[in-house]
Design a protein around this ligand. Structure first.
Ligand code: ZN
Ligand code: FE
Length: 243
């Protein structure tokens, strides 16, 4: 058994999270969605970690804008969705594509909706998944390119991962999502409880991620939606919701 992956958050811009994934056995470090190279490079340097890979979940600039600078600084390879324009991409990821860091093996799954080529990077043995802007804690990404039907199906795929899978999202949106969730499901005690927890965490300056599949199944109205219609209604309501 390889040692557990070490995952470190690097905040970027106003609410983006870049994730550093370090495998102590091989000394490899992967960077998930470096919208900005500088803070990711600085954190790796501070820890004495060598960056060998970049993994992108989707093409948006706040996730891939630092790719080329990361390559120039480290010589790393860049893996990103096959169906999208990814700066500096070396390896194209589609359904079932394999990702490796040391002895840890992950697979890409296609989860369109936020963008059409969006992928999640799932390390099933490690119970870790990087979900980009598709699923957020207690919420989901906006439908910039895909349809409600696609997004509903994509969220279903993520919700079908093992209950104890840690989900690493691309943004800190949990507090606003929790406020909408309470409004969407006023009778859900787990949601009310989680809102209080999230308020306390944010007041203390803490990050609210990763979340877990079990938590999302209990408290994410978009994951809990009974069908595409209900999902679409919730997504439209959230788009205009002011907490
Ligand atoms: Zn995005
Ligand atoms: Fe984003």
């Amino acid at each position: 058994m390889p040692s557990p992956l070490e995952i470190v958050v690097v905040p970027a811009f106003t609410d983006n999270y870049i994730w550093l994934v370090h495998d102590a056995d091989s000394g490899e470090t992967a960077v998930v969605d470096p919208g900005d190279a500088a803070p990711a490079l600085a954190e790796a340097k501070r820890r004495g970690w060598t960056i060998t890979q970049v993994w992108n979940t989707h093409h948006h600039w706040d996730h891939s804008g630092g790719n080329v600078a990361m390559k120039e600084a480290t010589g790393c390879t860049v893996s990103g969705p096959a169906g999208e324009t990814i700066p500096g991409r070396d390896l194209a990821l589609s359904e079932g594509s394999e990702l490796r860091i040391g002895e840890h093996c992950g697979t890409a799954i296609e989860i369109p909706g936020h963008t059409l080529g969006h992928v999640a990077l799932c390390f099933d043995q490690d119970r870790i998944a990087f979900v980009g802007d598709t699923l957020f804690a207690m919420g989901c990404g906006r439908l910039f390119e895909g349809t409600a039907k696609q997004m509903h199906h994509s969220l279903g795929r993520l919700a079908a991962l093992a209950d104890d899978t840690a989900l690493y999202c691309g943004h800190e949106y949990t507090l606003a999502n929790a406020r909408f969730a309470v409004h969407a499901e006023p009778g859900n005690a787990a949601i009310a409880e989680r809102l209080a927890e999230v308020e306390a965490m944010r007041a203390a300056g803490q990050i609210t991620l990763p979340t877990s599949v079990a938590q999302e199944r209990a408290t994410n109205p978009f994951v809990r939606a009974a069908g595409v219609e209900e999902f679409a209604r919730l997504r439209a309501a959230k788009d205009s919701f002011r907490s």
